[in-house]
Every structure is written in structure tokens, then in C-alpha cells.
Design a protein around this ligand. Sequence first.
Ligand SMILES: [Zn+2]
Ligand SMILES: [Zn+2]
Length: 247
Amino acid sequence: MTRSMTRSRGSFAHLLHFAAAGAFVLAATCDRARPAPARAQDGRPPQARPQQPSPPARRGVRATVTLVTLGRFPRELTDAVEAGLREELQVDVVRIDDAPLPRFAYYPPRRRYRAERLLNYLRSRVPGANARVLGMTDVDISTTKGTIYDWGVFGLGDLGGKACVISIFRLRRRARDADHLRFRVTTTAIHEVGHTLGLEHCTEPACVMRDAEGSIRTVDTSSGHLGPECRAEVDREAPAVWSRANR
Ligand SMILES: [Zn+2]
Ligand SMILES: [Zn+2]
């Protein structure tokens, strides 16, 4: 059963979108028992062999996130978002062709785009029960916050669902430099994808999942990482799974 309701808490307002939980298949891996050191036929220890390079460490992933540029988005920031998501959330990331901003999401009175309509658009573009999709754009986006119908936001994401979106329109305001903007954008992307992995807002100091409460300050004072509580929560909600697909 799918239940949807809207919750708006500051600029990181997100939709509560309880999709049917995707079934994760846990794949256990184990080391083979190490055999006793071999001895040559004459009883002497065998000659040391050249060291073989170690195979890359196997790494589980929680989900695959598809990045979609809606309209325009700087390539350099897309690269930073991809690296940040892989590192912080242990997800695979793929990119698909840029998509135009859908006209049905445009809100003429404020000349900006409704974020929840962008989520509808994004969900339709990426099939797959466990797939996630992150739309990225440079236009202003908005959603309904309490009694305010059209409230500008940094991003919006389904909670435990498929789609999320971020905008740099507000994030680049008064950014000190390129590094600062890159931090804000990456932190916001991790926050919104974190929602799709089942993470709600928290009160952990400096955790990336704190509610922005209508201010950029929470983004700027974030560590850029999940706090211990959210780290444990995402391990429960979306455990990293090793499979042939990410071998
Ligand atoms: Zn949020
Ligand atoms: Zn947290």
C-alpha cells in the first residue's frame, strides 16, 4: 500500500512518500579458510613467490542513484555530487542524458518550478523498484510549506521513495567561492538522497540530515556527513548489499 502525505519543515521540506518497501537481498560474503603453509616435497619451505596485487575491496551499495540534469546544471558540480554520494552514502551513481524542464512543473505566478511536480516527472523517467533518481537544476524550485503555498526550497525528496531534486538557485547566493558552493550542493544532494533511503530529519549536531528550517545556516554548519544515529538508521533502512552488479 502506498500512502502519501506532505510534510514541510523549512527549506528541506520533503514529501512523505511511503512507497512499498523494496526487497533488499542480503548477500553474505566470507573468506575461505586459510590453508596451512605448504612445504616442498623435500621438506624445505617453498620459495617465496612474487606478491600478487590485491583484488579491489568488495563494497556493498545501498542503491543506484541516477543523476538527471533538468535544464542546466554545472558539470563540475555534477562531478562533486557524484563523488559525494558514492563516498557518504555508499550508492552507485549513473548519469543519463540531460532532460528539459517539464512545462507542467512551471508555476507562472512566481516564475519558478514546483518541486513536487519535478519529482513526479523524475519518477516516471527511471524505472525500477530500488532505483533512486536525483534531479539537479539551476532554476528556483518551490513547494507548499504549511499555509504557504509556494515556498522556495533548496531541495525536496521522497521519504523512503524514489525521487529527489536539488536546485543551486538559492545555494549559490552569497557563497564565498567555488569550494563553498560545491560543499553546499554536495551536502544538499546527500541530504535529499538520504531522504529517499529512509532518513528523516534529525537533531544530531552537524549531521547532514538536520532540517535547514528555512536557512542556509544549517547547511553551512553541517559536517557534510551523517551523524552516528543516521548512519545506523540508514544501515537498517537501506543496507549496503554486495552483488554481481557492483562487483
Ligand atoms: Zn529534508
Ligand atoms: Zn543525523
